[in-house]
Design a protein around this ligand. Structure first.
Ligand code: FAD
Ligand code: FES
Ligand code: FES
Length: 485
C-alpha cells in the first residue's frame, strides 16, 4: 500500500517543482514553506515576523484544484505549513505577482495609496489582498477587514492599506493567473495522489501522506507513536517555537473523504478535515452561533489551514469550537480499523487535552443537529483583542423556555474556566424550572463560584475569570430578552 517515495511535487513559478528529501539533507519534511522559500535565491520577498501565525508577514497564496476543474486561491501563513503540504498545489509568492514595470492591480493600488513605509509587512499584505482580489469583486468593508486581520503593520497605519484593497479589487479577479489557469489546472490534476501513500524519509523523520481513511488507519496501526497532522496550526508550533524534532507524522490533509459534508433535514455532517473557513461558510444559514465563533477565530490565513478535527483533536480548554459545538449537542464520529463509533462531544473530551480517541482511530466526522425545538443558542468570547486572539473565557449557551418564560432546558458551557470545556452544572440546576428573570439569573450567577476554580495566567487573574463567567450569564439573559424567545 505504501509507496516509498522520497519526493513531493507542486507548482512554483508556473512549473512543476520537485523536492527529493533523500537527495537534499538540508530539507526535512517538517521544514516550513517559509524557511524553504527563504532558502531560495529568488523567493526572499516572503518575510518572517513571528513564526507562529500572528503577523502575516509570511503570507503566500495556495492555488488548489476545485470541483469545477478551476483553481481556488487561498491566503495562508507559510510559517505554519510543512513542505509536504504543498503536494499537488500551486504555491504563489510575491515574486509571481508583478514587476516594478508591470505591477499587479493590488500592488499598483498599494503604491498609489502610499500603503507602505518600511515595507517589511508589505509582501504579506499584498498576498492577502491578492487572494481577496481573486475571490471577491468590489468587497465590502467587513470582507476587506476580515481578509487583512491576519496581517500586522507597525508603521503605515491601516487606512491606506484598506483603501488599496477597495480600489483594486474591482476587476472580477481577472489577471495573468486567470490567463494561465488552463495551463496550471492540468498540472495540479497530474500531481494528485491517486492510489499511493507517500512516505518521506529524511533526517531521522518519517512523514507519511496517505490518500484515504483506510490508509491512515493502516499507518496508525503500523506506527502507533506517529502524530496526526491536519492543518498544522497547532502542531507546527512544536517545530517553529519549541524546536522539537517530530519523528513520525501522518499528514491527513490530502484525504478527500475527510473534506466531505452533507446537510440533511436534521443535521449538518462535517468532514473533520474541512477547513474552519469552509465550516464557517457551511454554518452561516442554520448555525449562526457557530458562524459567529468562526468569524473571530484566528485570522483568514489560519482558518484556511486549521480544521475542525484539529480543534477538537487538540482538546484544548481554550479551544473555541468545543463550547459552541457542545451547546449544539454535536457528536464526533471516530473511525477505526474495526469500524465507526459515534460519541457526544461532551463525552469525547475527558480532561486536560485528553479525549476518548484511541491511537488506532481518527475523528472522521462531526455531526451537528439542527435546532428545532425553539431553543436559543449563543456564543461568547472574551479576549484581549477582538480578532486573532486566544480566548480568556469563552462560552456556548443554549436555553429552551416555555411559553410562560420558565427555563425548561439550559446548557452553560464554558472554555477557559477549567482544565477542560465544562458545563456550569450548579448554575444550570439553580435556573431550570425557574422563571427566566433578571432576579433569578443574578441569584444563580453565584453558583459559578461553585462550578469553577479557574486559574490565574497571563490573560487574566482567577478573580477576573470568575467575574467574566458570571456576567456572561447575565449577558445571555439580556440577549435572550432582546430576541424575545
Ligand atoms: C495564530 C493562531 C491563532 C489561533 N487562533 C485560534 C482561535 O481563535 N481559537 C482556537 O480555538 N484556536 C486557535 N488556534 C489554534 C489552532 O488554529 C486550532 O486549534 C485549529 O483548529 C487546529 O487545527 P489544525 O487542523 O491546524 O490541527 P493540527 O495542528 O494539524 O492538529 C492539532 C491536534 O489535533 C489532532 N488532530 C488533527 N486532526 C485530527 C483528526 N481528524 N482526528 C484526530 N486527531 C486530529 C492532531 O494530532 C493534533 O494533536 C490558533 C492558532 C494559531 C497559530
Ligand atoms: S511569520 Fe508571522 S504569521 Fe508567519
Ligand atoms: S510598512 Fe513597516 S511594518 Fe508595515
Amino acid at each position: 500500500m505504501t509507496k516509498y517515495s522520497s519526493k513531493i511535487s507542486f507548482v512554483l513559478d508556473g512549473e512543476i517543482a520537485e523536492i527529493d528529501f533523500s537527495e537534499n539533507k538540508f530539507l526535512s519534511p517538517t521544514m516550513t514553506v517559509l524557511n524553504f522559500l527563504r532558502s531560495l535565491p529568488n523567493h526572499k520577498g516572503v518575510k518572517e515576523g513571528c513564526a507562529e501565525g500572528d503577523c502575516g508577514a509570511c503570507t503566500v497564496v495556495l492555488g488548489e484544484l476545485n470541483e469545477d476543474g478551476g483553481v481556488d486561491y487561498k491566503a495562508i501563513d507559510s510559517c505554519l505549513v510543512f513542505l509536504p503540504m504543498l503536494q499537488g498545489k500551486q504555491l504563489i509568492t510575491i515574486e509571481n505577482l508583478g514587476t516594478s514595470a508591470n505591477l499587479h492591480p493590488v500592488q499598483k493600488a498599494m503604491v498609489d495609496t502610499d500603503g507602505s513605509q518600511c515595507g517589511y509587512c508589505t509582501p504579506g499584505f499584498i498576498m492577502s489582498m491578492f487572494a481577496l482580489y481573486k475571490n471577491y469583486n468590489n468587497p465590502d468593508r467587513e470582507t476587506i477587514d476580515d481578509c487583512l486581520t491576519g496581517n500586522l503593520c507597525r508603521c503605515t497605519g491601516y487606512r491606506p492599506i484598506v483603501e488599496a484593497a477597495e480600489i483594486s479589487c474591482v476587476h472580477d479577479g481577472l489577471d495573468q493567473f486567470t490567463d494561465e489557469e488552463s495551463e496550471i489546472a492540468p498540472l495540479l490534476t497530474a500531481m494528485k495522489i491517486a492510489s499511493e501513500t507517500l512516505q518521506l524519509e529524511s533526517n531521522g523523520q518519517s512523514y507519511f501522506v496517505p490518500n484515504s481513511i483506510e490508509a491512515i488507519l493502516q499507518l496508525r496501526k503500523e506506527y502507533p507513536e506517529a502524530l496526526l497532522v491536519s492543518g498544522a496550526t497547532d502542531l507546527a508550533l512544536k517545530v517553529t517555537k519549541q524546536k522539537q524534532l517530530l519523528k513520525q507524522l501522518i499528514d491527513i490533509s490530502q484525504v478527500e473523504a475527510l473534506r466531505q459534508y452533507e446537510e440533511t433535514a436534521d443535521d449538518l455532517v462535517l468532514g473533520a478535515g474541512l477547513s474552519l473557513e469552509e465550516v464557517k461558510a457551511l454554518s452561516s444559514e442554520n448555525f449562526p452561533a457557530l458562524f459567529d465563533t468562526l468569524a473571530v477565530f484566528g485570522s483568514l490565513q489560519i482558518r484556511n489551514l486549521a480544521t475542525l478535527g484539529g480543534n477538537l483533536g487538540s482538546a484544548s480548554p481554550i479551544g473555541d469550537t468545543p463550547p459552541i459545538l457542545m451547546a449544539y449537542d454535536a457528536s464526533v464520529v471516530l473511525h477505526g480499523l474495526d469500524g465507526e463509533r459515534t460519541l457526544k462531544l461532551k463525552d469525547f473530551i475527558t480532561g486536560y487535552r485528553q479525549t476518548e480517541l484511541s491511537n488506532n482511530e481518527i475523528i472522521s466526522k462531526i455531526i451537528i443537529p439542527k435546532v428545532k425545538d425553539g431553543s436559543f443558542v449563543k456564543w461568547y468570547k472574551i479576549s484581549k483583542r477582538k480578532d486573532l486572539d486566544i480566548s480568556t473565557v469563552s462560552a456556548g449557551f443554549r436555553i429552551k423556555l416555555s411559553e410562560d418564560q420558565t427555563v425548561e432546558e439550559l446548557e452553560l458551557i464554558y472554555g477557559g474556566m477549567a482544565a477542560m470545556t465544562k458545563n456550569a452544572d450548579n448554575t444550570v440546576q439553580a435556573l431550570v424550572g425557574k422563571k427566566w428573570t433578571r432576579e433569578n439569573v443574578e441569584e444563580a450567577m453565584n453558583f459559578i463560584d461553585k462550578d469553577f476554580t479557574p486559574i490565574s495566567d497571563a490573560r487574566s487573574s482567577k478573580e477576573g475569570r470568575r467575574v467574566m463567567a458570571r456576567n456572561l450569564v447575565l449577558k445571555f439573559w439580556a440577549d435572550t430578552a432582546a430576541v424575545n424567545v
